[in-house]
Ligand binder design. Sequence first.
Ligand code: ADP
Ligand code: MG
Length: 458
Amino acid sequence: MPKVLLADPDPRTQESLRAVLTERGFLLDAASDVQEALQPIADGDVDLVVCDLALPGGGGLQLLQAIHDLHPQTAVVLLSAFGSVQDAVQAMRHGAADFLGKPFSADQILVAIDRALEKVALRRENVALKEALDDRVRLDNVIGTGPRMQAIFKTVRAVADTRTTVLITGESGTGKTLLARALHSLSTRKNGPFVEVNCGALPESLLESELFGHVKGAFTGAVRDKIGKFEAASGGTIFLDEIGTSSPAFQIKLLRVLQDRVIERVGDTRTIPVDVRVALATNKDLQKAVEDGDFREDLYYRIHVVAVEMPPLRDRRGDIQELAGHFLQRFAHDHGRAVAEITDAAMAALVAAPWPGNVRQLENVIERAVVLSRSRRIELADLPAGLTTGAAPPAAAVAAPTADDGPILPLKKALELPEKLHIERALAHCDGNRERTAKLLDINRSTLFQKLRKYGIR
Ligand SMILES: Nc1ncnc2c1ncn2[C@@H]1O[C@H](COP(=O)(O)OP(=O)(O)O)[C@@H](O)[C@H]1O
Ligand SMILES: [Mg+2]
């Protein structure tokens, strides 16, 4: 039976409501001020609140607001001794399910309560439906409605709870990193660390000590013992990105870890067992690298246990609408813009575009459009000019936000997006190699890392 909370200080109202409602079999609770009413609501066991507008301790509207924040699925029926039209309008505007002027008949209150409870039930059903739908179109944060992504989700779900090594291949921007994170957060290791290492970014000399740690005095500059990423990832997942560009020496060491599950710190002979799940990614064709002699065959077979190939976005256009909607919501929220939809013409252009930069490019295009848009809708004109022709998209995207259309933002703010896009373009150009990217951009590495962090570029 639904539980109803009576929040009315007037003993006569309490009494009469109690009689009507218990007769109908409702469970009842009572409160005589806002504070007292909030407790059972916060506990989450109230379905409906009948509340006087003049409730002591802040008033009915304040309680309504608090309920909205704490437990939006609880319905509220407001009562008022001075049932004025303004009060009613205000109550409904604040999200009350109904409003009754005192005095009211038993029938009136019962009808109001039934209707309010119906609304609650409907709302719950909608949430449940939406969640079920969400499960079908996404895996953790990875969105994909089409058969190719669904097959990937199935594989990831099947192996998430094992310690099997997973290799993720695919072009840059197809969601390899995101999928590795999903693999981690769906596993029993989810409360353990997720440690990411970009193997292409570090020079050979640093990579080894970065991954395996070192002891004091192992080399010049090793002033104290340092644990490596493998040890740091203990109990969790280590994600080795850009594995395709790693050196032969590194490949041998990695093979050893995967075979024996032990590491040695640089400069130390002790072996340390490590309990980690290993996920790896590359945008290179590893099989070809093996044929060319650039990648060890034995390592290839060792990591090719469960392999997932992320399809390029142009091969799964059916996902574009869902992805665009998802990014629209996120960036509208992040940038505080009320952009709520994408026009049919703009969506058609998005679906048709060649997407050489894959989902990352789509994400950038939507962010830029949200920032540029002057209405509630993203129009064709808000998309970069070269989008459909495939003309170097990031370049076009960089030029536009400072062009003479769009709202005038503070200078610093206006230059953020082009900077982010420019850095991403440089990174892609250097196959994700931070060292070379910093050189290409003529900034030092720490500045680059700082900016990568600022813009959440991984
Ligand atoms: N299927 C997806 N659903 C939602 N966002 C995605 C999806 N694929 C990629 N993204 C987003 O696109 C960007 C690039 O993804 P990322 O995992 O870094 O690609 P990769 O590692 O393959 O270069 C990220 O911001 C990521 O959140
Ligand atoms: Mg990545």
